[in-house]
Design a protein around this ligand. Structure first.
Ligand SMILES: Cc1cc2nc3c(=O)[nH]c(=O)nc-3n(C[C@H](O)[C@H](O)[C@H](O)COP(=O)(O)O)c2cc1C
Length: 148
């Protein structure tokens, strides 16, 4: 059984819905989950046993949504000691934008720059495809949990 801390950043609610669906799936599979719903604090990264699962949408021109900005800035500016920590990213974007998926790419780089280890590939979801993001994320998660 793994412990997974889920962070989400949303503007219109889609990434939040994906995070809620993943939270249910992972706990139904017997894992312990912590859904990060309060404002980010540095202490949220303290438990080195927790796997970090980031569910982000893209806003502006490839920008990270406001609720994930404090986490991103902490990674970039404070260099928290999370070398070797496992993390994964679900990146909700839209290929109609030239900055398709840039928010998830920026977060991924911030984690790898300080030595964290991504579990599997980033899942990038394209709103232009018109498939259910929750269903796509759950299909991804069925494979992803084999890494845990
Ligand atoms: C104002 C606005 C700006 C957006 N900018 C981008 C972008 O730069 N890159 C991208 O991949 N998607 C972009 N998107 C698409 C959203 O990230 C995508 O629709 C996502 O599923 C929305 O998730 P949310 O409902 O959790 O905010 C943008 C959407 C809006 C409304």
């Amino acid at each position: 059984m793994a412990t997974i801390r889920i962070f989400y950043g949303t503007v219109m609610g889609t990434a939040q819905g994906v995070a809620i669906a993943l939270n249910k799936f992972l706990s139904d599979e017997g894992h312990q989950t912590i859904m990060q719903s309060s404002a980010f604090q540095a202490s949220d990264l303290e438990n080195e046993n927790e796997i970090l699962l980031i569910c982000t949408s893209n806003t502006g021109a490839g920008d990270i949504p406001p609720s994930l900005q404090p986490l991103y800035l902490h990674l970039k500016n404070d260099y928290p000691r999370i070398a070797g920590r496992s993390y994964s990213i679900i990146n909700l974007g839209d290929s109609a934008y030239p900055t398709f998926g840039q928010a998830g790419i920026s977060l991924d780089e911030a984690f790898t720059d300080i030595g964290a280890t991504r579990l599997g590939d980033i899942l990038t979801l394209d709103a232009s495809i018109g498939e259910s993001p929750q269903q796509q994320a759950l299909t991804w998660a069925e494979e992803w949990i084999k890494n845990l």
